[in-house]
Design a protein around this ligand. Sequence first.
Ligand code: NAD
Ligand code: MG
Length: 398
Amino acid sequence: MEMKLGRPMPSGESKTRSVTILGSTGSVGRNTLDLIERSPDSFHVDVLTGHVNVDLLIAQARAFRPKLAVIAAEEKYATLKDGLAGTGVEVAAGASALADAAACPTDFVMAAIVGIAGLEPTLTAARRGAIVGLANKECLVCAGDFLISEVEKGGGRLIPVDSEHNAIFQVFDFAEDQSVEKLILTASGGPFRSLDRDQMIHVTPAQAVAHPNWDMGAKISVDSATMMNKGLELIEAYYLFPVTEDQIEILVHPQSVVHSMVAYLDGSVLAQMGTPDMRTPISFALGWPKRMPTPSRRLDFAAIGNLTFEAPDMTRFPALRIAREALRAGGAAPIVLNAANEVAVARFLSGGLKFLEIARVVEDALSRSNESAPVCIEDVAGIDATARRLAVDIIAAV
Ligand code: NAD
Ligand code: MG
């Protein structure tokens, strides 16, 4: 079968790959720049974007000298302009500037904005046929079919950066997809893997963002703690790979060494492994179709000793069940799931919602929403906005 994720590498690409990083000030963005800095002959950075952290964006632009630096928060425009005066770096601010940034003709775009805010620029990059390294899972959850179809129409390529999907991408036999029995998505279980529900009642944002294995942005860290992250990744996997929902299994693996697996009908199971360092999957996308060196710590199996696996607990982590139900329901449900989760996580992080309420708000929003399925990509934003208002109302009543 034809690979679902687009055609081979666009022809005419020069030896040095030009790069756009959407969300360069975040965790994935910073790791991407770290790799580029180590392979200066292979890449040049043309476009960087950030949201509010203007000082870091200025420092990055001074170091990498892109053509364009964009800050999403308009009130930071003057600071950015002053900070980059005399460097020759063009500066811009606001949502439309973000879309313009994605439209700049570069070979590769790292889609590393968090949340549905990254959807519009990612679609823009897909439409112009760029190779898109996709970290921003919320894009696929909210607009999976639309995004994949834009990639195909644009003639570019989508390379999954999320470590589990990157792992599956590395071991999935696209030429023999009918021989795939199932995908096994591994999950660390997050910081609260062994807490019972009573102990989870009082956990703080600081405890939730302290992930045992991965160093990530605040939102995805909270998602890992509720295990909504694995729920979002279930939906992400469904859109990325030619499998049905019931062919995707979730397995808790606390060491985060096996990043995910593909099981075939002959009983073989292929896994991709590595230490938990995002620079490995990021490098796979950045250099695709070639592998590139990374400083990621190497696996020492003898030192690790044991790899363990356990079934996920849907009672302590209801987000897993809720996300699977949203995928089964289809239509607007994954958009509502994502929107309510974004609102609830933001509220938890600012101290206005208890940890266990996050999944409850999402479930409530799903049961109260009566949105119909999006017919076109423009419908997605409307469903998202309505679901956000609904989540805000639900939280107000908590
Ligand atoms: P982060 O919070 O560290 O960074 C997010 C980036 O998005 C920042 O550059 C920020 O400026 C930008 N941003 C945020 N809101 C924005 C807005 N409204 N408009 C424009 N830009 C905005 O997040 P992260 O951990 O780097 O994660 C980024 C994405 O990658 C998420 O979708 C996450 O789920 C996914 N991901 C991250 C990791 C990881 O290791 N961090 C692993 C797998 C997947
Ligand atoms: Mg992941």
